[in-house]
Design a binder for this molecule. Structure first.
Ligand code: HEM
Length: 206
């Protein structure tokens, strides 16, 4: 009888673990989709400042609405699902607490949570017209979650056997190259746009 109850307990515990793990991963996808898009909206919001009236007012109002909805309906719920399911994972598999990879992972998650709440603060500053960030700085900031994503997922998958050999460093270099290329491409597009606008300004008015 005790044996049978124990078997049922283990089956329920394992099933709970799979449910938590599935929704942990779903939460991560939703959270990151929200974080990436939110900062993209901040970039457009800041760039709207250069538009003439009344486009400026209309655009800024629209971005404010989009940012609020994105944060409250997608990004924060994604974060909560990730964290609650992670707690569920640790309750069903408490031996993970003793593993060093998890301690490192938690350290990076704390940075990610700080980033999330800082984005919420930036949203408020933008709403009140008190944000001093340029769109270029915002673009650079948007690379931080990419880096966190790569490190955290690799820690979750490789765990204590996280590779530190040449292949791993090449892979890491590739990710950094990708991030730098995106920044350089954005810079080139901005410079091209500025050049075009300067040329338009030089055309004599009819
Ligand atoms: C809130 C803090 C978090 C804790 C305590 C936590 C804990 C865990 C645990 C215990 C597992 C199960 C590992 C396994 O059974 O293989 C797991 C899986 C996973 N976690 Fe997290 N996690 C957290 C946040 C995150 C974040 C922010 C990400 C993404 C950036 C993430 C990505 C993953 C992935 C992709 C897996 C699946 C790994 C696999 O099945 O091989 N986790 N997490």
């Amino acid at each position: 009888m005790i044996n049978e109850s124990y078997k049922i307990f283990i089956t329920v515990k394992n099933m709970a673990y799979y449910w938590f793990k599935s929704f942990h991963i779903i939460g991560v996808v939703v959270w990151f989709a929200g974080l990436f898009y939110l900062v993209r909206l901040f970039i457009y919001h800041i760039e709207a400042e250069q538009e003439p009236e009344p486009a400026k007012i209309i655009l800024k109002k629209q971005y404010q609405i989009m940012e609020k909805r994105l944060l409250n309906i997608i990004t924060t719920p994604g974060m909560l699902v990730t964290v609650f399911c992670a707690i569920g994972l640790l309750i069903t598999q408490p031996n993970y607490f003793k593993q060093i990879w998890l301690h490192f992972k938690l350290g990076f998650v704390v940075i990610l949570l700080a980033y999330h709440f800082y984005c919420a603060r930036l949203m408020k500053l933008l709403e009140n017209g008190k944000c001093n960030w340029t769109s270029q700085q915002m673009r650079a900031m948007n690379e931080l979650p990419t880096l966190m994503l790569v490190i955290i997922v690799m820690l979750a998958v490789f765990k204590n056997s996280l590779p530190t050999d040449i292949t791993a460093w090449l892979f890491f270099g590739l990710v950094i190259l990708m991030v730098v290329t995106i920044q350089l491409y954005a810079r080139k597009r901005r410079l091209d746009k500025e050049k075009l606008l300067a040329q338009i300004e030089q055309i004599p008015q009819q």
